[in-house]
Design a protein around this ligand. Sequence first.
Ligand SMILES: *[C@@H]1O[C@H](CO)[C@@H](O)[C@H](O)[C@H]1NC(C)=O
Ligand SMILES: *[C@@H]1O[C@H](CO)[C@@H](O)[C@H](O)[C@H]1NC(C)=O
Ligand SMILES: *[C@@H]1O[C@H](CO)[C@@H](O)[C@H](O)[C@H]1NC(C)=O
Ligand SMILES: *[C@@H]1O[C@H](CO)[C@@H](O)[C@H](O)[C@H]1NC(C)=O
Ligand SMILES: *[C@@H]1O[C@H](CO)[C@@H](O)[C@H](O)[C@H]1NC(C)=O
Length: 223
Amino acid sequence: MKLTAFSTFYFWLALFLAGFLGIADSFVGSQKNHTLIFTKESIIRNCSCLADIRDCDYSLANLLCNCRTVLPSTMEKTDYSNDLTIWFTDTSVLEMLLNFTMVWDLKLSFCGTTPLPTEYLTIWGLRKLRVKNKVKGQFPEQSVTIYSSSKNEKEDLLAVHNKDRQMFVYISFLDTSLFNGYSLLKSYSVENVSSITEHFHNLLYSNVFSTSDNRSYVVTFIY
Ligand SMILES: *[C@@H]1O[C@H](CO)[C@@H](O)[C@H](O)[C@H]1NC(C)=O
Ligand SMILES: *[C@@H]1O[C@H](CO)[C@@H](O)[C@H](O)[C@H]1NC(C)=O
Ligand SMILES: *[C@@H]1O[C@H](CO)[C@@H](O)[C@H](O)[C@H]1NC(C)=O
Ligand SMILES: *[C@@H]1O[C@H](CO)[C@@H](O)[C@H](O)[C@H]1NC(C)=O
Ligand SMILES: *[C@@H]1O[C@H](CO)[C@@H](O)[C@H](O)[C@H]1NC(C)=O
């Protein structure tokens, strides 16, 4: 009698799981995966997630997402035209993953407890940034939108035409100490900067900016 009850239970469980997986499967095709990169104890995991995972919940991400380990030695800087989420605990990982890369839509969640120093992260083409602190500070989640754009800039991932058909290259400098949550997220942009090296020679690393290129920059500071 007991045994029958058990088999019935497993039968229904199996049926339920099959149904659930079937439904999950049919969603995979239509829904967009998000890229989530996180580090834990010097291991970097690059995940493709269907669901939005609660920030800094590493085990849930490992469980629900399709993750693989990335070796820092073989890691290459990549450009991200889809949204990218990064959970991090120190700036060295951000530097490795993001410094001088192109990311359009970025979400950064600080999962550490040691305050971060002021360092500047340089990101090309950034449109939207969301930042989140795990520490329950005064400003848990904040965002800034630098620009929104139409769909037709496929030919140039970095540059965007403005109303006057001038090409603008967006470059953002992010102060990593903002994750300490001491103040509100702020940003300001300087538009139509013809030469970064000339105008911001104190801050910037002149060797990375080509001077020959004739495009104008929109320089944004996020702090
Ligand atoms: C993470 O994976 C995505 C594809 O899912 C890939 O485009 C990207 O280059 C990877 N990033 C790193 C740092 O390995
Ligand atoms: C999307 O993520 C699921 C797991 O979360 C994975 O099985 C699937 O292969 C991913 N699809 C793409 C296109 O990366
Ligand atoms: C990004 O690279 C520049 C130039 O190498 C460096 O000065 C800066 O500290 C780096 N940013 C971070 C967050 O490490
Ligand atoms: C950008 O600057 C150039 C030269 O200073 C000027 O000719 C052009 O009209 C400016 N464009 C915009 C959109 O402000
Ligand atoms: C600026 O660059 C564009 C395309 O990159 C080119 O068509 C144009 O002639 C250049 N202008 C100058 C003054 O070099």
